[in-house]
Design a protein around this ligand. Structure first.
Ligand SMILES: [Zn+2]
Ligand SMILES: [Zn+2]
Length: 243
């Protein structure tokens, strides 16, 4: 048996992280990568891997734990990179799943993991294990909820410079601002100009990723309007956001 035919591999510490990175690196256009990590904190090397995947139009779906405090900047950064971010109740498993291999590990996608903790993981390449992992991940995805962009006002989101503002998200004003619509089908979704499509429409859009493609609704008011992923707001909403 030659090396590349090995169907599973045990990994420790930083090698777990390098494998996660290679799962993102190996994926090509329109392929799916699933990252199941209850806790998330991004450092430069993790961000680089996401940037690269995003440039190649890889569809990254990330599942994080619902009842945890995630770093606001990282959440908004991932949403801007068009990572499909979903939250799952009671999530504790860590799974990294690409098209040619899957990793089940102790490691969260967290900047301290691997450097400050002792990690272990198993990487699989055999079809039966991959299918089993995919089935379970799909099940979690279908029971997950969209992650709201947090702590940023409309203006900050439009300027793509979200600032951490803990507590603000619960005020009435911000609540009203976080309601939006999918610019393709009009369904209600969280307001985030960097992410103006619902999950379903995003998947269609992601096939071509044309941010100048003509859509149907204003992302903020939901009224019929010629919008694009690049310019998702009608004129009145745009000027309101830029006041
Ligand atoms: Zn839609
Ligand atoms: Zn509008």
């Amino acid at each position: 048996m030659t090396d590349h035919e090995v169907l599973s591999e045990i990994l420790f510490d930083d090698d777990v992280f390098y494998r996660i990175k290679s799962i993102l690196k190996e994926a090509t256009q329109a392929q799916d990568v699933y990252i199941v990590t209850p806790y998330v904190k991004l450092d430069t090397r993790t961000k680089d891997a996401f940037e690269e995947a995003s440039e190649k139009n890889v569809r990254v779906t990330m599942l994080i734990r619902a009842d945890a405090d995630h770093p606001i900047d990282d959440i908004n950064w991932l949403l801007r990179k068009r990572v499909i971010l979903r939250k799952v109740d009671k999530l504790h498993a860590k799974i990294y799943l690409g098209t040619t291999g899957g990793l089940v590990a102790s490691m969260n996608l967290h900047s301290f993991s691997g450097q400050e903790s002792k990690e272990a993981g198993v990487y699989f390449r055999d079809e039966a294990s991959l299918k089993k992992l995919q089935d379970r991940v799909n099940k979690w995805v279908s029971n997950s909820q969209e992650v709201d962009p947090v702590g940023a006002t409309v203006k900050q989101q439009l300027q793509e410079k979200p600032k951490p503002q803990q507590g603000v998200a619960t005020t009435k004003a911000t609540m009203a601002l976080t309601k939006g619509h999918c610019i393709r089908c009009g369904v209600a979704k969280t307001f985030n100009p960097a992410y103006p499509l619902c999950d379903e429409c995003y998947r269609e859009w992601a096939i071509y990723k044309n941010d100048a493609y003509k859509e149907n609704f204003c992302h903020k008011c939901g009224k019929s309007h010629d919008t694009t992923v690049k310019y998702p707001l009608c004129k009145p909403c745009w000027s309101l956001a830029h006041k």
